[in-house]
Design a binder for this molecule. Structure first.
Ligand code: ATP
Length: 458
């Protein structure tokens, strides 16, 4: 397990109880593999996205953001190859009518010893027969043949039936960055190498069980494409592997919970590819991907759109289609990793148990909670709250014993609790309790601001 006390059931229960993540469309009985972020969860997820954007756009020497449309000209998906090859090998269990991915069945059956990525559909079918791979749901052994299943969600546009055209909900954000390559280059006057980043929704008609927010049919991706000259690509690929890993370590992940997984089987256009895997409660799984995509994407878009996408080198006038190093990470999959890594069920002296989310203060929904020790201190506490909330996301709570209020904040990962007590009325100082150590220090109001600014910096 990723840490000693976390299980998926405990995370799901905590998220639901504390307004982090709710089942999607819950009052209608839910909808498989969809989840809604609640008041605390939306803040945490926004902070994760902000930290990523800060690192890969704001602090990058030469990277620029875009926010492209989800619905794109369907020719985009022909050029990218998604209409023909964005497929999963599915099998149905005839006994319990559940649907499965043949590659996942083989991987689970062989406990990772066999790599189904290297097998054709016929080879997978033969393996399942030969090794008698049974249905993980009902235990039966009565499979339909493998059929390929396109993961793109289709919809249509147009007001009358005759004018209807099939279009797709994008299955990845990357194509929005590729089709805007020249727009961004021209308007920023960026010179190669440079990057284009985007955070946005993507949709995949996933047929396998989700493992909470690990695999959903609607999710957010954070993608960064680095455009460079052929010949420099391998060094940049190595650099992005390290940058992707460093970002996770800086967020507070333990190095032993992360590992690189280099791909044996590469997509036909890819020169090198790897994932970073995280030790989730259900085991090692892909958290993000880094790919050397060569000049495949821009060449294909040049061919299918008929528009020249060559870069002209301002120094020597040479024209070329750049290579692309892609770094892609799911915001929701990262959120699940952040929650798993942060979760602790801690037994305190005296036997009390508290649940704590120990994540980086930059990720916390609220940087501090303002708590009057007693109700009659509320006016002063509200004054402190009003001053602080203009500068930081902070929360006010006067309901229940101080111990219970501390526990509520621990459970949503609020890093600091600011308590207004009788001494506050005398000398305008407050106590600040640290979520992780539970130690307290006294500070004046000026002191709180610089204290919080320093602690939440990422
Ligand atoms: P997997 O093999 O787990 O399906 P993938 O290799 O198809 O993932 P990519 O197409 O490389 O994934 O997508 C990049 C990133 O987007 C993944 O590393 C993951 O973080 C995220 N992602 C992909 N599919 C999903 C999904 N269904 N739900 C949540 N996040 C996803």
């Amino acid at each position: 397990m990723s840490n000693s006390s976390v299980t998926m059931d405990k995370l799901v229960a905590l998220c639901k109880a504390r307004g982090i993540i709710f089942p999607g469309s819950e009052i209608y009985g839910g909808m498989g593999n969809t989840w809604d972020y609640g008041p605390v969860g939306v803040e945490i997820k926004n902070n994760i996205k902000r930290a990523w954007w800060k690192r890969f756009v704001q602090e990058s020497e030469n990277s620029y953001g875009v926010d492209a449309a989800i619905l794109m000209n369907p020719r985009v998906w022909e050029a990218s190859g998604h209409t023909t090859s964005f497929t999963d090998p599915k099998m149905d269990c005839k006994k319990c009518k559940t649907r499965h991915r043949a590659d996942n069945l083989i991987e689970a059956h062989s406990k990772g010893a066999v790599n189904p990525d290297l097998m054709s559909n016929e080879e997978m079918q033969a393996y399942i027969q030969e090794h008698q791979v049974h249905c993980p749901v009902c235990g039966g052994f009565d499979w339909t043949p493998i059929r390929t299943f396109n993961l793109m969600f289709e919809t249509s546009r147009g007001v009358t039936d005759e004018s209807q055209n099939k279009i797709y909900l994008r299955p990845e954000t990357a194509q929005g960055e590729f089709v805007n390559f020249l727009n961004v280059q021209r308007t920023t006057r960026a010179k190669i190498p440079f990057g284009i980043a985007q955070i946005g929704k993507a949709f995949r008609n996933e047929i396998t069980p989700g493992n909470f927010i690990f695999r959903t049919i609607e999710f957010e991706q954070m993608e960064h494409q680095w455009f460079c000259k052929a010949g420099t690509d391998e060094a940049f690929y190595r650099e992005y592997k390290q940058k992707a890993m460093q970002f996770l370590l800086d967020l507070g992940f333990k190095a032993e919970h992360l590992r690189f997984h280099d791909h044996d089987k590469l997509a036909h256009y890819a020169k090198e590819a790897c994932d970073i895997q995280y030790l989730y409660p259900m085991g090692w799984q892909e958290l993000n991907g880094i790919h050397n995509r060569t000049d495949y994407d821009l060449s294909r878009h040049q061919e299918y759109s008929g528009k020249g996408l060559q870069y002209v080198d301002p120094v020597d006038g040479s024209r070329f289609i750049p290579y692309v190093i892609e770094y892609s990470i799911g915001a929701d999959r990262l959120m699940l990793a952040v929650l798993s890594e942060a979760y602790e069920e801690q037994t305190l002296e005296g036997g009390d148990v508290r649940n704590v989310l120990h994540f980086h203060p930059a990720i916390a929904a609220y940087k501090a909670a303002i708590l009057p020790l007693q109700k009659n201190l509320a006016p002063k506490a509200r004054q402190v709250w009003n001053n602080l909330k203009r500068r930081f996301p902070v929360i006010y709570d006067e309901a229940g014993s101080i111990g219970k209020r501390y526990r509520r904040q621990d459970e949503i990962g609020t890093p600091y609790c600011i308590t207004i007590d009788f001494e506050t009325m005398e000398n305008d100082t407050v106590t600040i309790r640290d979520r992780d150590t539970m130690e307290q220090v006294r500070l004046d109001e000026e002191g709180i601001v610089s204290f919080l600014l320093e602690k939440i910096a990422f």
